[in-house]
Structures are given as structure tokens and as C-alpha cells.
Ligand binder design. Structure first.
Ligand code: CDT
Length: 302
């Protein structure tokens, strides 16, 4: 057996006025609880350091950039890294990343994986950016991820915590390719933070199904790739917009083995034996024996 005891570190709403330091204090409180419960790793939501700012249309670039991190760790996040190292616990954290590459500014919706020594061992930049790029005043609230971020590169995996670990972010979880690309690299635990409004302005007929769809896609992704999935929400009514909770830990069987029941700051915990992946990877989803890639060309051709 290869056990990884993992916590889904769900967050309740973050107000627009809340400072990074105040949010980091909440993240640290959850980290202390996870450590007290013997966790190796805590997974936090997407964009976990601020309110979910793509709900607003901003024209002032300085205002937009105030939601982004230029350094990781930075002045306000250093304390989280220090606590992780002191406790010997790893973490996965989502944040808005502003970076300079060859003199050009790039903005990504990013997650990092930090090991028990406080070192960043993997970075993932969101591939499937949902929503829209232009102001759409008819909506009750905006979803301007296509305006504020550029898409990231690919779905890599990393050897860490005694297994093969991968990351995805929010809307990525709805796409089977996300899990399959990591599944092809032998992923054993996929960590996914999300901010999902209950109301979807272009498709209000989906609203009643939002929690069902959340679990449907993550359970399918886990089972079809023989991997654990840890899905972690920023939940509750944030700046007037209600977000689903339902943070959970899913086994390679597709079963939910732990889940949050509130829409506030809450942990769900599970002791995950990564060797449970083997039975799925060696039988039903033995890709070497059973996949038929010659029949799948259309997936990448258009
Ligand atoms: N953050 C994020 O990706 N949210 C989307 C909302 C629906 S699309 C407007 C999601 O897929 O949950």
C-alpha cells in the first residue's frame, strides 16, 4: 500500500475587501487542522487568494493586476510556505499569476504543488478558460476568464508524495481529455480547485444540475483513468453570487470517499491508497491493451 492522507481544503466566500494576509490566515487555519489529522497534503481551491474577480468587467489594468501575484511565494504567502515546512505538509494552491517572459507580460490562472519541504515541485496553468472576453452587460454577473487570462500549455504530471500527481483547474474538470492526457502518463491523484456559480447565465436550465454535473465529471474522470481525484470548491455566496460547494475526494472506483457538507471553510479528509489505482489501470483501463487511438484522430484534428 502507498498511503497519501489528503485534505480537500474548501473555502467559503472571500470578500473583495479581504486582504491577502487575512485569506492566508484562513488557509493556515485549514492547514493546521489537516496537519493535526495526519495529512500529507492539503488541496485548496482555484484562485484561492482573492475573491473570484472575473465576475466583474474592469477597464483599469492596474485594478485587474491587483488580483495577481508577481511572486510565489510573495510577501503575504511566505507564511503559508513556512507553516507547511514546519508541519511537514504539502499543499496545492490556485492563484492568478502575472509573469514576465522575454519582456512580455503573461497572465495565467495557475496552480502549484508544494512538497513537504516548502518547495514548489510543479506548476499548472489552466487550459480550458470558460466564459467570454467582452463585457456582456445582460448577464447578472460576468465570467471574463477569456479576457483576463491566456490559456496554459499542457497537462503534465510529477512524481511526488510517493505517487504520480497531476493538476487541473475548474472548467478543465468537465473535459474528458484533461484526465486522459494525465491518465496516459500514469496519474494517480488529480487535484482540482474550482469556483462554480450555481447560476450559468447562458444556460439557466443547467442551474439545478450544477452540483450533479460537478460530481459526474470528476467521478467519471477518476474511474476512466484509474486515479484519485480531489475536487475543492470556493463555495457559498461571494459578493452576491452563490457558488456550489461539494468538495470531495474520489477513489479510482469513481466513488466519493469523503465530501464537505457546508459551504464554508471546511476540510474533507481521506487516507488514499494509491495502489488502489492499479486494479483499474491493469484491467478495464489498461490503455496498452484496450485503447484504440487509430479511431480517435478526430479529437485532435478538429
Ligand atoms: N472557474 C470556472 O472555470 N468556472 C466555470 C463556470 C462555468 S462556465 C461560465 C466552471 O466550469 O465551473
Amino acid at each position: 500500500a502507498r498511503f497519501v492522507t489528503v485534505a480537500a481544503g474548501q473555502l467559503g466566500p472571500i470578500a473583495r475587501t479581504e486582504t491577502r494576509t487575512e485569506v492566508v490566515a484562513r488557509l493556515m487555519a485549514l492547514m493546521r487542522q489537516a496537519h493535526a489529522n495526519g495529512c500529507d497534503l492539503i488541496v485548496y481551491p482555484e484562485l484561492a487568494l482573492t475573491t473570484f474577480f472575473p465576475r466583474w468587467y474592469f477597464e483599469d489594468q492596474a485594478e485587474i493586476d491587483s488580483f495577481f501575484e508577481r511572486e510565489m511565494p510573495g510577501a503575504e504567502t511566505q507564511a503559508l510556505f513556512d507553516l507547511a515546512r514546519a508541519c511537514g505538509i504539502g499543499f496545492c494552491l490556485g492563484y492568478a499569476e502575472l509573469t514576465l517572459e522575454a519582456g512580455i507580460v503573461h497572465r495565467y490562472n495557475t496552480s502549484i504543488l508544494v512538497d513537504k519541504g516548502g518547495t514548489i515541485v510543479a506548476k499548472y496553468r489552466k487550459v480550458h478558460l470558460p466564459g467570454h472576453a467582452e463585457h456582456e452587460p445582460w448577464r447578472k454577473f460576468q465570467h471574463l476568464e477569456k479576457r483576463y487570462f491566456e490559456p496554459g500549455g499542457d497537462f503534465g504530471v510529477v512524481d511526488a508524495f510517493g505517487g504520480v500527481m497531476g493538476m487541473a483547474i475548474c472548467n478543465d474538470r468537465r473535459w474528458s481529455e484533461t484526465y486522459r492526457v494525465m491518465g496516459l502518463q500514469g496519474v494517480e491523484m488529480v487535484m482540482i480547485g474550482y469556483n462554480t456559480p450555481v447560476h450559468n447565465p447562458p444556460a439557466p436550465e443547467h442551474d439545478d444540475l450544477s452540483l450533479f454535473h460537478n460530481h459526474l465529471v470528476m467521478q467519471a474522470g477518476a474511474y476512466q483513468n484509474g486515479s484519485f481525484v480531489v475536487g475543492v470548491a470556493k463555495a457559498g455566496v461571494e459578493e452576491g453570487v452563490d457558488h456550489i460547494g461539494g468538495s470531495c475526494i474520489i477513489a479510482p472506483s469513481g466513488e466519493i470517499v469523503a465530501r464537505c457538507t457546508t459551504k464554508g471553510d471546511e476540510l474533507a479528509l481521506a487516507r488514499c491508497d494509491l495502489d488502489l489505482c492499479n486494479s483499474y489501470k491493469r484491467t478495464t483501463f489498461n490503455f496498452d491493451i484496450h485503447r484504440q487511438p487509430q479511431a480517435y484522430g478526430m479529437i485532435v484534428e478538429r
